[in-house]
Write a new protein. Structure first.
Length: 277
């Protein structure tokens, strides 16, 4: 199986570090946002937009592009930082997160933000939309693939499992779902609120091909995605074990950082950590 070169891997790791810094900056500037879950999907989003997906920032609506749906839409700051870094829009826009008369809303908006393939926010709905996209790709005998990113707390939504059943029934092999299994949601541990465990076994029971990886190991993620491409009769779920707030030890694995913006003093401290100072 194809592997990332050392040069490619180092490039992606450095991009992910830079994007984590931008996430902290934009949420702090807005004094609003979701840092914890944004930081836990940064490595995946970096891999997808800087290496894996067939996309063109100069032509965001390219017909044969791969599609990515951030079903856990509250983690939009991570997606925005990646899109800006990739060249979909000017980085200056990151200074206007959640501001009136600017395009970067609190949740992704496909009508106003280049690079956003589906408007999301209400948990579970993005996953259903991704299933529809994958069915379209199948009907059209197209080459493009669809990727959806879900949170583990999101799996408490019944709509998620309706979509999972639908995707398996229609043999949507061009659909890959990533589950950000950081173990925490807004109200605390998922095991205390409404446990979705065991996640791999549930997706297997719904007829999916299932892989489990370290969601911060870019090589593992890449290998899992390549394996998913070889599955031609069912969708693939990649269950990522992640750390909420990854990269900043002070906020890692703390539910209170689900939707809390850092103060300017905290942000300065967090950025120094990410810069290795």
């Amino acid at each position: 199986m194809e592997l990332l070169s050392e040069k490619e891997l180092e490039f992606l790791k450095e991009k992910a570090r830079q994007i984590r810094i931008e996430i902290i900056k934009e949420i702090t500037k807005a004094n609003s946002g979701h840092p914890g879950g944004s930081l836990s999907v940064t490595d995946l989003l970096t891999l997808m937009f800087f290496h894996e997906m067939n996309i063109d920032p100069k032509n965001p609506k390219m017909e044969n592009r791969d599609r990515l749906v951030l079903s856990k839409g509250h983690c939009a700051p991570a997606l925005y930082a990646v899109l800006a870094e990739r060249g979909y829009f000017d980085k200056e826009e990151l200074n206007h997160l959640r501001q009136v008369d600017h395009m970067l809303q609190g949740h992704p908006d496909m009508k106003h933000t280049p690079g956003v393939d589906m408007t999301t926010g209400s948990l579970g709905q993005g996953f259903s939309a991704a299933c529809g996209m994958a069915l379209a790709s199948k009907i059209d005998h197209a080459d493009w693939r669809v990727f959806a990113i879900l949170g583990d707390g999101e799996l408490e939504e019944g709509q998620v499992w309706e979509a999972a059943m639908y995707a398996s029934h229609h043999h949507l092999s061009r659909l890959t779902a990533f589950v950000d299994n950081n173990g925490l949601q807004i109200d605390g541990k998922i095991t205390d609120v409404m446990s979705s465990l065991p996640i791999p076994e549930k997706f297997k029971a719904f007829g999916w091909h299932v892989l489990s990886v370290n969601g911060h190991d870019i090589e593992e993620l890449y290998s899992a995605i390549q394996e998913a491409k070889t599955i031609d009769d069912k969708p693939t779920a990649i269950i990522m074990k992640t750390v909420k707030g990854k990269g900043i030890p002070e906020i890692e694995n703390k539910a209170e950082w689900h939707g809390k913006a850092p103060t300017e003093e905290e942000a300065e401290r967090f950025i120094k950590v990410l810069e290795g100072k």
